[in-house]
Design a protein around this ligand. Sequence first.
Ligand code: PGA
Ligand code: ZN
Length: 414
Amino acid sequence: MKVSSVNARWILDSRGNPTVEAGLQVGRAWFTASVPSGASTGTHEAVELRDGGRPFHGKGVSKAVGHVQALGKSMKTKDFKSQAELDAFLLKADGTANKKKIGANALLAVSLAGARAFAGSKPLYSYLAASLKRKPLLPLPFANVLNGGKHAGSSLKIQEVMVVPTGAKTFGEAAQMVAETYQSLKKDAVKKFGAPAGNVGDEGGIAPDVSNVRQALDLVWRAVEENGHGQKMALALDCAASEFYDARTGAYHVDGKILTPGELLNHYAELQSQYRFISIEDPFHEEAFDDFARLRAVFAGKCQVVGDDLLVTNPARIDRAQLSCSALLLKVNQIGTLSESLRAAQIAESFGWNVMVSHRSGETEDAFISDLATALACGQIKLGAPARGERTAKYNRLLRIEEDGVPLARFKLP
Ligand code: PGA
Ligand code: ZN
């Protein structure tokens, strides 16, 4: 792949903050990609380079954009044979362990635009699947229909209550079940808690002012049943527990209580036996490898334990967590290049884990992750609610891929 020019710009993300978009020109065609941004970010994520200072309240990305332009100059003399070669070039240019020199946001924009350039006129998912020697498979959506934690202004500490259409036969059916549930949920929440309960959080899910996760789970499950989907849908949680962990005391402030790790584990076990959720993410804080492992043992055969802030899509941390998790949350911007993300998925799979490709709470219209999850054939994708353009872009891309005859995954516990 000979890149004839590279450009970069800032564009706005779904929270109104700037983010990086890069474009690579190969022949006469341009290939672009933009990067998402988290709010409940893990401490060990690769560095998202921000300008600081007054513009955009410190969140400007002009340095990162400048770095893409500078990379572009040295890329023009090269002929990249593969994604691995392109990403190795990017890593070498940065040279730091956490991408702080060039910025993971700058590197990722180039890496993802590069993947599109390698795909050329082929659909991205089919090019990626072929390069991974996998048969494309549409992922089951994990749809965050009720937002809490840092993504909402409510008292709910648990960050996400998701629905998973495990009984769907097609992605279209899955998306329909999610959309129907979402509409009922909104209506029920407004009826029960008043009009503000229908307002949405950063990922498009409603954000009623409930104070504990039971109320949230009851509300969501009622909406599932109202639509007759009780036999075909399951629940899932992202606790994002680092956000309610008090490092000073070692306790968790959640659901109106102050809990030790052991008490929190029992709380989760009780909740799981009642609500039968099939997936729980970041149940403990981002260094709690042992507490994760204890929960994984308790939940074996019942519920997958997903590592997000714990793992940050980082091969070294995944290695350390072999007994702590049973699924990897894969976020490309946590690590900064596509090749490293693929490597993370491969390590997780070698442990017998599941892999869930994920969006961020700050997103763009770019639906790269829909193609990526399909190509990896990992069977799971974490999306927001079926509302707001940056969220629906991912659903809609999967609906279009389905027209190519790609089948939908079935849920399986690790
Ligand atoms: P974030 O949230 O993008 O704000 O980190 C998503 C998640 O925690 O999974
Ligand atoms: Zn998370």
